[in-house]
Write a protein that binds this ligand. Sequence first.
Ligand code: IMP
Ligand code: MG
Length: 179
Amino acid sequence: MTPPIQKILIPRDRLETRINELAQEISRNYPGEELVLVSILKGSVVFLTALMKELDLDVEIGFLYLSSYQGETLPQSEVRHYIIPFPDIENRHVLLIEDIFDTGASLAYAWDLCKKKNPRSLKTCVLLLKEGIERPQSIPLPPIDYCGFTVPNEYVVGFGLDYKEKYRQLPCIAVPVLD
Ligand code: IMP
Ligand code: MG
């Protein structure tokens, strides 16, 4: 059963076309090099698999599971991480893959974590960038080197992004019916 959606923001064919463009650009920027793609779980997995299939490069993949807390004992912005089999990235080209750049706290955390492991280069690739967000001044945000689309400041789902763990399998980006 498909969960209910209000509207489709980015249809499947536009996602495919743009991801192909990004893959071509990335492939051109690492000629003859190997690239480690570090995917931030769980949301970026669908984007990762779509992108990597179009890359004309040798790639290795790694995963990072981040979770944000808004509990009573931890500050709102605190992010925790869990490392699942993670490649040795020292002296290698690394591209961080993220589904959506909202406040940027998750990507900033992943960026710092990777930076400490002394990669040869570190870049970021986000499928969606939310517009009209007040981003915290307290944390330095990493640059976005590759961006698929900008989206309005609405809660979006699909192509890996969830609402209460649903909708990840949608082949488009949509605004869900929130309850
Ligand atoms: P951040 O605020 O940039 O750190 O975003 C944290 C994470 O929240 C993202 O990686 C997404 O997994 C999730 N997220 C942020 N905005 C949305 C949204 O509009 N829909 C679904 N997930 C979102
Ligand atoms: Mg995410």
